[in-house]
Design a protein around this ligand. Structure first.
Ligand code: IMP
Length: 431
């Protein structure tokens, strides 16, 4: 039994897709266990750029079976577009993709609810969701009565169920939707026609993936679990309420995929060599200034899913130490080192000050996190283009010092360094 998982240690967008794509040749099965179309995983192979939302990045390896498990919320229209786009580029999808019949389905009313509710923040600041209906779909999953799972699309009572949900949603949403037109989002007949059509096309991929994975474990297959979002967006352990609606840290692997926790024997934590965040919420090391803009320009920091400019700032070792411990990380992959190469000096947040006291833990309440002052260490930049470097020894001395310091502060080794988007632009530190 051998399970490895790849977890983002910041607020998402850590370039996990590139890493998963690189590692897949070592695995027979790649598993996506949370989130949905809010994720955008970019994989660059030569001149080709693939943008994936639901489908694991392992799909680019023709030998890996890719499994979307019960913890994922699926937007059928979006996943079909992904399937079509991959197929048109000769990627083998038909034999290599499985979707759990237990996964919940994002319906038009979820997207409408996301739009209505994200604009009504209770605590002053919107979460700034991706507006993909993720939170409302998970809310219905937890609430149970109004939920639709992928397997339901094929049941004889599907149309009845949708009609009942729509009638209740209409009553629930009418107060909030005074000025919004919900007629499309709540038109039971046309939604049923549309979703039955999606169901027809998705049917060949749909299965109960839980016994499939349990059998694979019994047969000693090698499994790679591909995280989405990042641990600081974890619903229970992240910067609540500015989080996503599922467990995006390492603690979510077992629940989302349906495999026992003991099946994961290696955890790779992925972090950028700086920090980004999309959407609202506190971000202690944010540089809302020319430094942040420079990082945004150099790193092309715009959302894959929404195109929103990402907020940018320095590496926060307090936050990453917290998420690395939470996720049980064995070693880290530090991404986008080429971006830092162009900065004259670089800062690392090594601790916070809260109410005049130095702290080195990550506060549990966002109000405290908003008030912390980062304590920085300043490091010289290396001003050398590292995009062609392939070994740790060939990195400039100042870049190596930076990596060593990050590893020391986080308390985990840096095993992999990424110096560009391409597969080849990767340094395996101990090889
Ligand atoms: P939701 O997941 O769409 O509900 O969005 C909740 C929060 O998580 C927002 O701040 C989003 O910007 C953020 N978020 C969700 N998915 C991702 C992702 O894949 N990368 C980065 N941020 C994300």
């Amino acid at each position: 039994m051998s399970g490895t998982c790849v977890i983002g240690l910041q607020w998402g967008d850590e370039a996990k897709g590139k890493l998963v794509d690189l590692l897949t040749t070592q695995f027979e099965i790649v598993v996506r266990f949370l989130g949905g179309a809010n994720a955008g995983h970019t994989v660059v192979v030569g001149d080709e750029v693939y943008k994936l939302h639901h489908i694991p990045s392992g799909i680019l390896n023709p030998k890996a079976v890719n499994v979307v498990t019960p913890g994922v919320v699926i937007n059928p229209a979006t996943i079909l577009k992904e399937i079509d786009s991959l197929t048109s580029r000769n990627i083998k999808v038909a034999e290599n993709l499985m979707l759990s019949d237990r996964a919940h389905v994002v319906c038009p009313w979820h997207i409408a609810e996301d739009r209505l509710m994200d604009g009504e923040p209770v605590s002053g600041e919107s979460i700034g969701t991706t507006l993909r209906g993720i939170g409302p779909c998970y809310r219905d999953k937890v609430g149970r009565s109004f939920a639709i799972r992928l397997g339901d699309l094929f049941r004889p009572d599907f149309r009845d169920k949708v009609a009942k949900i729509v009638s209740i949603k209409r009553r629930l949403l009418s107060g909030l939707a005074e000025n919004s037109d919900l007629s499309d989002a709540l038109n039971a007949d046309s939604i049923c026609d549309e979703y039955e059509g999606y169901g027809e096309r998705l049917k060949p991929y749909v299965a109960d993936t839980t016994p499939f994975l349990l059998d694979a474990i019994d047969a000693d297959k090698r499994l790679l679990f591909e995280g989405a979002q990042g641990a600081l967006l974890d619903i229970d352990h992240g910067t609540f309420p500015f989080v996503t609606s599922s467990n995006s840290s390492g603690v979510g692997v077992a629940a989302g995929s349906g495999v026992p926790p003991r099946c994961v024997d290696r955890v790779i934590g992925v972090a950028k060599s700086y920090t980004t965040r999309v959407g609202g919420g506190p971000f202690p090391t944010e540089q809302d200034n020319e430094h942040g803009q420079r990082i945004r320009d150099l790193g092309n920091e715009y959302g894959t899913t929404t195109g929103r400019p990402r907020r940018c700032g320095w590496f926060d070792a307090v936050a990453v130490r917290y998420t690395a411990r939470l996720s049980g990380v064995d070693g880290m992959a530090l991404m986008m080192m080429d971006v830092l190469s162009q900065l004259p000096e670089i800062k690392i947040c090594i601790a916070y000050e809260l109410d005049g006291k130095r702290i080195d833990h990550f506060p549990s309440h966002v109000d405290d996190l908003r008030r912390v002052e980062p304590v920085y260490e300043t490091w010289p930049g290396w001003n050398v283009d590292v995009t062609g470097v392939r070994t740790y020894a060939d990195l400039p001395a100042d870049a190596r010092k930076y990596l060593d310091r990050v590893a020391e502060l986080v308390g985990r080794p840096v095993d992999i360094v990424s110096v560009g988007p391409d597969r080849e632009q990767t340094i395996f530190v101990n090889e």
